[in-house]
Design a protein around this ligand. Structure first.
Ligand code: DGL
Length: 269
């Protein structure tokens, strides 16, 4: 049987990565976990984010995946090194792919980054960008109000546009040449973000580049799926499965089945 790619996030945000993996690697089976009962991760202490990420990874390992994609910037920033040290399959995060995509796009070297409090506090994007190109100017902004909106299915609405306008006020007029959507939930709000920025700016989602990295690693390891049959993906979430399914189907444009998971471990909420 083909081994799957396991993809995880605190909620629906990682579906932005799922969509790109499905597009670039249509033969690959995906097993997705959205921790919707405990989203958002952004404001949580790092120890909690480490613990939650580890719990999801342990859950996903029962399916014997060939790779884990941490499709959450906050969990990537905080937990990827620890996860890499305990599993023996490749673990791909979203921050370096996002930084690479921004460098490719940037012309004048002024890069904006928006993300959760946890991601911005970690300076993970700043480090990733400057590691490649030390002269890049990085303007970072935490936008803690946006993840809950997306989890409630509010995007492309008057409410989401007003919230995005308020959240982005400190950088709306800044002469950025690209803006990294440093949270996998934010591509859901792309239209709202484009509408409120006062100067033209290229929006960078790490999804495309992350899927490319997944593809490259699998190719080099000789692990690309060979089956010619269309894969049957599996989706799990720890919160409201109906809401998750609705958002996922809207985003992915296809019918999916979602299995609810109840954590058997103490929840810190
Ligand atoms: N999608 C997650 C990220 O990329 C959102 C984190 C959260 O739950 O606050 O950071």
């Amino acid at each position: 049987m083909e081994q799957a790619i396991a993809i995880l996030d605190s909620g629906v945000g990682g579906l932005t990565v799922v969509k790109e993996v499905m597009r670039q690697l249509p033969q690959e089976k995906i097993i997705y976990f959205g921790d919707t009962a405990r989203t958002p991760y952004g404001p949580r202490p790092y120890e909690e984010i480490n613990l939650f990420t580890r719990q999801i990874v342990d859950y996903l390992l029962q399916f014997r995946p060939k790779m884990i994609v941490i499709a959450c910037n906050t969990a990537t920033a905080v937990a990827i090194d620890r996860i890499r040290s305990v599993v023996n399959i490749p673990v791909v995060g979203v921050i370096h792919p996002g930084a690479r995509a921004a460098i490719k796009m940037s012309r004048r070297g002024i890069v904006g980054v928006i993300g959760t409090e946890g991601t911005i506090r970690s300076k993970a994007y700043e480090h990733a960008l400057k590691e490649i190109s030390p002269y890049i100017e990085v303007v970072s902004l935490a936008c803690p109000t946006l993840v809950p909106l997306v989890e409630e299915g509010k995007f492309n609405t008057d409410e989401s546009r007003a919230a995005v306008r308020e959240a982005l006020t400190p950088i709306r007029t800044y002469p950025l040449d690209c803006l990294i959507l440093g949270c996998t939930h934010y591509p859901f709000l792309s239209k709202d973000i484009e509408a409120v920025m006062e100067r033209p700016v290229a929006l960078i989602s790490s999804a495309e580049e992350t899927a490319r990295e997944v593809s490259t690693i699998l190719y080099h390891r000789g692990q690309l799926a060979r089956s010619k049959q269309l894969p049957v993906h599996q989706f799990f979430c720890s919160g409201d499965a109906r809401m998750f399914q609705q958002i996922a189907q809207t985003w992915l444009g296809e019918h999916i089945m979602v299995s609810p998971v109840v954590w058997q471990v103490p929840n810190i909420i």
